[in-house]
Design a protein around this ligand. Sequence first.
Ligand code: ZN
Ligand code: ZN
Ligand code: FE
Length: 763
Amino acid sequence: MKKAINIRIFGRIQGVGFRPFIYRIADKYSLNGWVLNTNQGVTLEAEGTEEALNSFSMDLRSELPAAARIDDFLTAEIPFRGFSDFRILPSMDISDEITEICPDIPVCEDCLRDIGQQERRKGYGLVNCAHCGPRFSIIKALPYDRANTSMDEFPMCPECKAEYEDILDRRFHAQPVACNACGPKYRLWVKGELVSDDMEIITSVASEVITGGGIIAIKGTGGFHLACNAFNPEAVSNLRLNKQRESKPFAVMFRDSWSLRKHAWVNEAEETALNSWSRPIVLLEQKQSSDDIKPLAKELNDGLGTIGVMLPYMPLHYLLFRKLHSDAIVLTSGNISDEPIITSNQEARASFPGIDAGIDHEREIVNRLDDSVTRVLLGKLRTYRRSRGFVPESICLNMDVDGILAFGAELVNCFGIGTKKSAILSQHIGDLKNQPTFDFYKESMSRFMDLFRVSPGLFVHDLHPEYLSTRYAKDLLTGHASAGILAVQHHHAHVASCMAEHGLDEPVIGIAMDGTGLGTDGHIWGSEFLVCDLNSFERLCHFDYLPLPGGDQAVKEPWRTAVAALHYAGIEKTGFSGLAGLGIVGEEKIRIIQEMLVNNFNCPLSSGAGRYFDAVSALLGLCLHAGYEGEAPMKLEAIADNSVKLEYRFTIGETIDFRNVFTMIMAELSAGKSPGYISACFHNTVISAIFETAIRISRERKIVKVVLSGGMFQNRIILEGLAPRMERAGLEMYIHEKVPPNDGGIALGQLAIASAWREKNER
Ligand code: ZN
Ligand code: ZN
Ligand code: FE
């Protein structure tokens, strides 16, 4: 006897070839019925024997397309209606709810083969199919159909249309389907003049430019990249001038993992990450140069032991490497300094007058995306910059965050919106103090609200009243009269972000270590030992406050913090001339800072762990002026001699007293101890301080769950040093995976705290 079932599926199922996949399985078991996309997910009805229906349901879950993910699968038996075939019905827009939008997917093997073999797609750089190609970057509205993407300008040719409509074709319902005849084209520009739209010529010229030491702009998935030969020091230095980026490391794209392995250590988890369909930048330990292998330009990542690498993901990358003699190119975001990555063709041509050539394409980028940045630590992939390949995948929570809009932090901003029990975090936005970045923030926020149909009922922002994100929350509130507004302390948000990722809502020991965040006492915090749940926190301990001579200026100039740290330790001497760091600064400048400290003039207090790392980094002469956020701590991490197990004495009272640490560092410097030795001792000291404080709190409060967050936990030495000690002591350590530990994760913590607040206040 035949039966009928209705199945509703939720998850990442739109834009990954899901309906054709269902069709083919229905066909396999001779079922009749229909399937359709709604903005809730996928709904289908199937009729057949009980046995066939069971096999069908099982295959649906076990043979998913690569980029698909099922969160919910609801089956109900319904009356038999007697369909005569199985059909894919047109999309229906049935409610205000939405399903997931798929992140952009790298080109698949089959499509790469097509550009070599298929006549209509010979060398077609924007080839794609139902399993690969652009997704979020081209989407304007839901449901995900061609009319709602930037491909709407390109009517399909009869052949593409036939593929699009052929259920047995790999391009069936592939929304961006295109070919040489009908699709957007790549174009080569030299000195502002259009030179060619022929892929052979484009890749040949690009290869010549790169080989000759030149710089080329290349339009990618989520924005423009700037590229040059990663082995050519002059080209890399020249790229820095063009980007107005002094020292921040550049990412490198390698031809393949085989050539990559000559230059970096790659373990299994890292290999998996590099080849995963998110295709992120992965930070790897760089190999020491050897005589038989040509070294990468040291200008890429001067002073760091790690290098950010990725593998090709767009068809053009593969076509380019076929022509190139070099195994690696710099591929860095096409922007000026702190501005957002450029997406428009006109702007790209206008912004980089000094470069040699540009390759753009006619497909409009609707949603701007940088490459994502990840690192494998403690065996798992951690996300540091969440953008292409990850956004806008939602993060499933165990709490209701519906209608909450989280404005994020200021410097490494990312905002978030809540729908039901999902947090949808924006792509990496950047430093809001930069005007174009702030415009990007506002645009993206309104796009996200439209796209995900959220009309916010609760705004949540950082406690800092001067953050541009805070001010914007207050501005926007005037247009949403009925919405509530809530301020959340920065480090509570950090810890809550990690708690939300792990589904924790009981009291935990929260340790937040970062550079800066406003505390409830009006000082700057950043080494916080909290006992908290999602409703409230108690601050039990922190590193001693350091005065910051000149406030923000001290953040940019770590040598000022070094002088302040010595003042804090009671070292007021002059005569630093023999020392690597302060010796270079000069006595006169140091004396001025010492006077500011003595008179307590413009010296706000900060407990930021990052400032301690700044001070030590400057004392060792590694970084006196920071060219980018985190430069001083990263350089300190890079040189540490891991064989050194010693540490400096410190004391834990109401605060953690590190005065002796600076006294010891000065003594060791005078005694000629190496920077690598001192850095290792300092790292070991911080590990012990964190561990011993956590143990004390754990005994006092009978809590074993320890939640770590904040940018300092991107430091490999600290994490790998803490993990085994925590484990031996019976503490359960929780760290970030999907969400950045830095301020890019703040929005998730804000959502979680706002959810708890709303629940408590509505009761
Ligand atoms: Zn494909
Ligand atoms: Zn076509
Ligand atoms: Fe922070």
